[in-house]
Design a protein around this ligand. Sequence first.
Ligand SMILES: Nc1nc2c(c(=O)[nH]1)N[C@H]1C(S)=C(S)[C@@H](COP(=O)(O)OP(=O)(O)OC[C@H]3O[C@@H](n4cnc5c(=O)[nH]c(N)nc54)[C@H](O)[C@@H]3O)O[C@H]1N2
Ligand SMILES: Nc1nc2c(c(=O)[nH]1)N[C@H]1C(S)=C(S)[C@@H](COP(=O)(O)OP(=O)(O)OC[C@H]3O[C@@H](n4cnc5c(=O)[nH]c(N)nc54)[C@H](O)[C@@H]3O)O[C@H]1N2
Ligand code: SF4
Ligand SMILES: [Mo]
Length: 695
Amino acid sequence: MRSRVPHVSQVRTHCPYCALQCAMRLESNYGGYAVRGDATFDVNSGALCTKGFTAAETLAHPERILTPLVRRDGVLEPASWEEALDLIAERFLAIGERHGRDAVAVFGSGALTNERAYALGKFARLALRTRNFDYNGRFCMSSAAVAANRAFGLDRGLPFPLEWLDRTECLLIAGGNPADTMPPLGRRLGERRTGSSIVVDPRRTPYAAAATLHLQVAPGTDALLANALLHVAVAEGLVDDAYVAARTKGFADVRRQAERADPERAERRTGVPADDIRRAARMLAAAPSAIVLTARGVEQHRDGSDAANAYVNLALALGLPGRPLSGYGTLTGQANGQGGREHGQKSDQLPGYRDARDPAARAAVATAWGVSEAALGTPGLTAAEILGALGGDVRALLVVGSNPAVSAPAAAAVRAGLERTEFVVVCDFFPSETTRYAHVVLPTLQWAEESGTVTNLEGRLLLRERVAEAPAGPRSDLRVLADLAARLGAPGVLPSSDPEAVFAELARVSAGGRADYSAASHARLRAGETLYWPVSQAAPNGTPTLFQEGFATADGRANFIPADESAPHSEAPDDGYPYAFTTGRVRDHYLSGTQTRRVERLVRAAPEPFVEMHPVVAAHHGVADGDLVRVRSRRGSVELRARVTADIRPDTLFAAFHWAAPRAANDVTSDALDPHSRMPAFKGAAVALERVVPL
Ligand SMILES: Nc1nc2c(c(=O)[nH]1)N[C@H]1C(S)=C(S)[C@@H](COP(=O)(O)OP(=O)(O)OC[C@H]3O[C@@H](n4cnc5c(=O)[nH]c(N)nc54)[C@H](O)[C@@H]3O)O[C@H]1N2
Ligand SMILES: Nc1nc2c(c(=O)[nH]1)N[C@H]1C(S)=C(S)[C@@H](COP(=O)(O)OP(=O)(O)OC[C@H]3O[C@@H](n4cnc5c(=O)[nH]c(N)nc54)[C@H](O)[C@@H]3O)O[C@H]1N2
Ligand code: SF4
Ligand SMILES: [Mo]
């Protein structure tokens, strides 16, 4: 029996969208729900952005999928749950038998709660027994995760409470646009009363315009810029030698590299005036406390993880990580971008954020699950590689919480791959550009309809309570996975689809791992406790601040990682493709747009995609604001409205990726991958621009 939903307005839940995870309350309102920000939660103090305020409009939306759909004679038609689940199990087993189990791949999501992410990984490993499973966080967090793991031995987006961003004396944000991507945070940062701020971005974003200093960097040159900042620190005696000696290792190589990156040379490639580079380094070094943050602008490049490490190197040389109100962090993206990378929904990683190649980690998880170590499998393809193998080695695909037909790099090729794939299953609550290629669609519950936990950008566990009754028809991802596991002959793999029970298992299995949740529970979160991981037997009340005593490396020292700034640029502009094309977000839409393109108020606020260009570029091409232009790369082309603005560099074009083909920015982006993180170079394409002449 389903328990009844308590009187809604008494219950706090959290927003379905970004990693800020603003707290909200839903109130019944003429058959729908009104959303209010929850003033008692310190992260958003009652504030929400336009997406949060309108989040409940997707719950009873008329386009919601209410029954399973099965493709018959080319058309998706309603089917019973029994029929759909039987068909999936039968086809997955048959394809596995014919082509090997790795021919069935799984694509998960940072939108999934911790419970769903854990269940999906366990399902892929032990029920499907495939090596090929990964999730969309590979497109989001992976470069920063590599950087933090290499440097600190641990990756928690912010290793300190969010509130430090208000109080640190100098805040540098590279490649992040919080005013649009986390508006309540953007507002908080705008209200900072003390100290200074530095923004590194090819565009003058709202926060860049308000910052003490804006370094308007050329896309893809952050590693050189960060090395040049370090150069100044070395040359001017600003390095914290005592800290470097006591708490780090590997500085000598990195220093030699930085010595070559003098500001004048860096200016030529990065476009940032040498004097501004000097000023930024001095501001950071002189401040009593300072924080260096990176976000997707730095990370979504072919050298994204090295570029992130270059910023970490700077932070380490200045002695910031582990000091009060200081450090390095990354702004995590999706609702559960943090937790989504901790519980084993990717083949190179085991629950508890353990490395799947580490024998001790394998032994621990195998024991906890009561299976052999061999049953855990070995790492297979990563997200972009899975999509690249569609219709080839990957013959069947299960997608849970992603829309790669819009959000993947070089997306036209991905859609062609989906078309060729023998059997595609998508779990979603809305039709998407990806469900168009599905053979079976399973309708699932939305965020407000099932309890579950997420881990926000600070590594803080949050309980999203169920506050809305689900319509008849859809089922939870947890139940779907449990039912499928049973049909695949592995009923014991997911014995329960109750989120609280799944969390209890996840917490137990995480014990001893890097992200240890073993002392956490739904009950503690429901009681209002504030828990940052690790929440372990050794730290039962959680760990708001990491690295104060030592780093999570074997010897407790942080590692300097050389960042080769001469590494091949994702795709350098040339005569045929003269502009750097970078991509990102607008305030009113979320990722591939499946949800927000269905909310009227958001569509009105941001009705169609555009490409930002400098007036000099517009004049050169005879383009006026609002004209239709074509942006063309080696992968494909897209037609967009010109938005002419002096806020962007004259060698750079910018577009958001929230819309579908023929207006999909990702039909143009590069599918080159960072060799360490396998992150696609979403922000590193070279393009040509032409005016579309109306017929
Ligand atoms: N409104 C909205 N908010 C969101 C999301 C959304 O889709 N819509 N998505 C959420 C998710 S999943 C994520 S990952 C986060 C992402 O959050 P952000 O990282 O803040 O978002 P982006 O817009 O991708 O990129 C940020 C900035 O990087 C700049 N940039 C581009 N190329 C470069 C470069 O080479 N170097 C530097 N230094 N900067 C560059 C862009 O101009 C842009 O202003 O947002 C989250 N919040
Ligand atoms: N050009 C360019 N491309 C990018 C980026 C960029 O900056 N530039 N950023 C990348 C980044 S950072 C990200 S995170 C990706 C993300 O891109 P996607 O992986 O496509 O993410 P979403 O658009 O959120 O797709 C989520 C889908 O899952 C559904 N969904 C949401 N919650 C659940 C759930 O709990 N269960 C199930 N079964 N379904 C659910 C939604 O309805 C939606 O259809 O895009 C990447 N693509
Ligand atoms: S900032 Fe993020 S979490 Fe907060 S309301 Fe907006 S989308 Fe939701
Ligand atoms: Mo993301």
